[in-house]
Design a protein around this ligand. Sequence first.
Ligand SMILES: [Zn+2]
Length: 82
Amino acid sequence: MTQLANIRAAPRCGAKTRAGTPCQSPAIRGRARCRIHGGLSPGAPRVERNGNFKSGYWTAESMEERRWIKEILRLYAKATDK
Ligand SMILES: [Zn+2]
């Protein structure tokens, strides 16, 4: 019974689900998210520390930048498409 009480007392994962409600799963110890929301592992190392690093093309930063440019172009095309 103490184990169940511990689970109930554990901090909850605050990740938002597709339904818009918080996840509510127990968070991993020492972290704010449950294991399915990035609590278990921080992921692969960024940039050069990642063993699979080849060029700068696939870094999170450059991918984010390309997405941003694509979005701008899309909005611009929509605005001029009349
Ligand atoms: Zn979660």
